[in-house]
Design a binder for this molecule. Structure first.
Ligand SMILES: O=C(O)CCC(=O)C(=O)O
Length: 265
């Protein structure tokens, strides 16, 4: 459970880090599964570091990883921040290559979505930790930052007279076992990480209550479907699995019910 102050931190700044929420023994298990899933996706090939490897539908591939979404340490904060009836969007496991440029995951300021990120190696400001611009999940700062995206990937682009790596931001330095929760409208980036930086994310959205929300979920689903069909190594053709969509676990059922109703597969 989050304290009232932690909730206020999330609401005001757009993120919260839960320090050492998972023990070293749990992280060893989770990391082993992570490495296994990413290796399985590569079908025996070594990771050559030429570009990011991203595996969508990541946590559904191992029961130990699937359990994370119903774990009190993840589920309860989400219920506090998103409200009851929140829905599953999806997960990805990643080996990153190079910097991640400034972006929000979306600009749908009327619909709350949260990303939960696990960094599996220690990461600091100059070594690939997530940097966030506190408060940028809300207007007007959210909109004021849009020039940052005009020339993505250009390391000399400085619309605010600061190079990308010097844009004023807060570094979410973390150790394995820490869990980052952030509002997906928040502007974020990462600089200086090693090739093969390991992280995975779980993504959720508030209960959809209007056409705009449903429309958003449909668009994300279609986008994920396209991405999954174009995955670098293994194409499953499905965003979700039947086992997950028809789970007998009450917490999982509650987050996928709407997706089943919408015909997502
Ligand atoms: O860790 C990173 O490089 C960035 C992660 C990110 O942008 C995301 O998951 O949306």
């Amino acid at each position: 459970m989050l304290t009232t102050e932690q909730q206020a931190h999330f609401e005001t700044f757009g993120f919260i880090v839960l320090r050492q929420a998972f023990s070293p023994a749990e992280m060893a298990e989770i990391t082993r599964e992570f490495d296994d899933v990413l290796a399985e996706d590569r079908q025996g090939q070594a990771f050559d570091g030429a570009k990011r490897q991203g595996v969508l539908g990541f946590i559904e591939r191992r029961p130990r990883l699937t359990r994370l979404v119903e774990d009190d340490r993840i589920y309860e904060p989400l219920e506090q921040l998103l409200g009851s009836g929140f829905v599953w969007v999806g997960s990805d496991g990643n080996l990153y290559v190079g910097d991640t440029n400034w972006h929000p995951d979306g600009s749908n300021l009327n619909y709350m979505r949260i990303k939960v990120a696990f960094y599996l190696d220690p990461v600091a400001k100059e070594t690939g930790c997530l940097r966030v611009i506190p408060g940028s999940h809300q207007p007007p700062l959210h909109e004021h930052l849009k020039p940052l995206m005009e020339r993505r990937g250009d390391a000399t682009w400085a619309p605010f007279s600061a190079l990308p790596a010097e844009v004023p931001a807060f570094p979410l330095e973390s150790q394995p076992g820490d869990v980052v929760f952030f509002n997906q409208n928040l502007w974020h980036a990462a600089f200086g990480g090693r090739t093969g930086r390991r992280m995975f994310t779980l993504n959720f959205a508030a209960r959809p209550v209007n056409e705009g929300h449903i429309d958003y979920l449909q668009r994300v689903y279609q986008g994920n479907l396209k991405n999954i069909q174009q995955m670098q190594y293994t194409q499953t053709g499905r965003v979700y699995t039947d086992v997950f969509l028809h789970s007998d676990r009450p917490r999982i059922q509650s987050m996928v019910g709407k997706l089943v109703e919408l015909g997502f597969k």
